[in-house]
Design a protein around this ligand. Structure first.
Ligand SMILES: *Cc1c(COP(=O)(O)O)cnc(C)c1O
Length: 391
């Protein structure tokens, strides 16, 4: 039975690096920087890509291979590469495909460091970009120029949780012969598979739900074999390799991804519904609430609504801050995708350097709170939110 015929949960548990002569049940950690060759011919065949095999852990390592091979199967890709952080994945997945004079079209609603890559770093090498409003599908079509190489998006977006139609965007990308690169961090491969909807590249911060336990930094880039060759070349020679120890942790994490995401999403949906009933709350954004502006699309594109809920506290910035300061159990952090529920107040933290107009352009209203719903009992999560809203 090929991997494609098996179900998500089975692949996540059973896809495994070949057992050693020790017949281990669980894969050991290959804490080795390098690998040995049988003889000169074997070394030559490995270096000229005539045979597959490990040479050096900056290129490949059995633990990282197991992690990435699982992700390749789970996303419906052909090839992939693991990186030392999500940002290493974002940077490689863009930089591998652009040269001086090229152009990128991107959704304006992006993770902060991805925004910095596009606006501060790539211009140093003569690569420009155009931002498009996430609600403006036609805008992506219009923004493509003769020198455009890639369309880059996140969906659901951070922190406003807007949804963009991946299939429609893939058609636009194909019409112009450019790559569609989707940061699938918020959804994980369990909720959404952009490649199956036509995207050419999928990127992940595995630091979030893929690890899901707040332990390690990692990233991944997935796509067709030919597309990934350029990324692999750049990774091999610039060195953002994942540690084998982290590859081992993440392969284990994938074994429980579906179980964790089922619970994360069920609790997030319950929290979102409870928030809609609270009088201190102005507006709740959750992709699987019928009140969400892209509810139908979310239902079509995602298996479940995700683990993030955003809401607006009545009373603006000060009310948002006061709510945040009054939380007793829920962690105050800018991270997401942990077993622990985390609340973020973007206007006073992650996005405080932006002007009010810039914040509003990406859906960050003054009292906006983003909750990454964890694996505690949902009643305890709601109780903490309630008492902080009353405070
Ligand atoms: C966290 C995050 C990243 C960056 O990942 P790191 O592992 O922190 O480097 C990129 N994109 C999104 C959507 C994220 O949430």
């Amino acid at each position: 039975m090929s991997q494609e015929e098996k179900n998500f949960e089975t692949i996540a548990v059973r896809q495994q690096t070949q057992r050693s002569h020790n017949r281990e049940h669980s894969v050991p950690i290959y804490a080795t920087s390098s690998f040995t060759f049988e003889d000169a011919d074997h070394a030559n065949a490995l270096f000229s890509d005539e045979v597959e095999g490990n040479i050096y852990s900056r290129y490949s390592n059995p633990n990282n291979d197991e992690f990435i091979d699982k992700l390749v199967s789970l996303e419906g890709a052909e090839a992939g590469i693991a990186t030392s952080s999500g940002m290493a994945a974002m940077f490689l997945s863009i930089a591998s495909f652009v040269s001086q004079g090229d152009h990128i079209v991107a959704s304006r609603s992006l993770f902060g460091s991805t925004h910095q890559i596009l606006t501060q770093l790539l211009p140093k090498w003569g690569v420009s970009h155009t931002y498009v409003d996430i609600h403006d599908l036609e805008g992506f079509d219009k923004a493509v120029q003769p020198n455009t190489k890639m369309i880059f998006i996140e969906t659901p977006s951070n922190p406003a949780l807007d949804i963009i139609d991946i299939e429609a965007l893939a058609k636009i990308a194909n019409k112009h012969g450019v790559l569609l690169n989707v940061d699938n961090c918020f959804a994980t491969p369990y909720l959404q598979n952009p490649i199956k909807l036509g995207a050419h590249i999928v990127t992940h911060s595995a630091t979030k739900f893929i690890d899901g336990q707040g332990r390690v930094l990692a990233g991944a880039i997935l796509g067709q074999k030919e597309t990934l060759e350029k990324v692999k070349f750049m990774s091999r020679h610039t060195g953002p390799a994942l540690s084998p120890f982290h590859g081992w942790i993440l392969s284990k994490s994938l074994e429980t991804l579906s179980v964790r995401m089922d619970r994360h999403c069920e609790s997030a949906h319950t929290v979102a519904k409870a928030l809609e009933e609270m009088e201190e709350v102005e507006l709740v954004k959750y992709p699987f609430l019928p009140s969400h502006p892209h509810y139908e699309l979310a239902k079509k594109q995602m298996r479940l609504g995700g683990a993030l809920v955003s809401f607006e506290v009545k009373g603006g910035v000060e009310a948002g801050k006061k709510f945040w300061n009054s939380l007793k159990m829920i962690s105050k952090s800018s991270n997401l995708g942990d077993t622990r529920t985390i609340a973020t107040h973007p206007a006073s933290t992650t996005h405080s350097k932006l002007s009010e107009e810039e914040r509003l352009a990406v859906g960050i209203t003054p009292g906006l709170i983003r909750i990454s719903v964890g694996l505690e009992h949902v009643d305890d999560i709601i109780a903490d939110i309630k008492q902080a809203l009353k405070a």
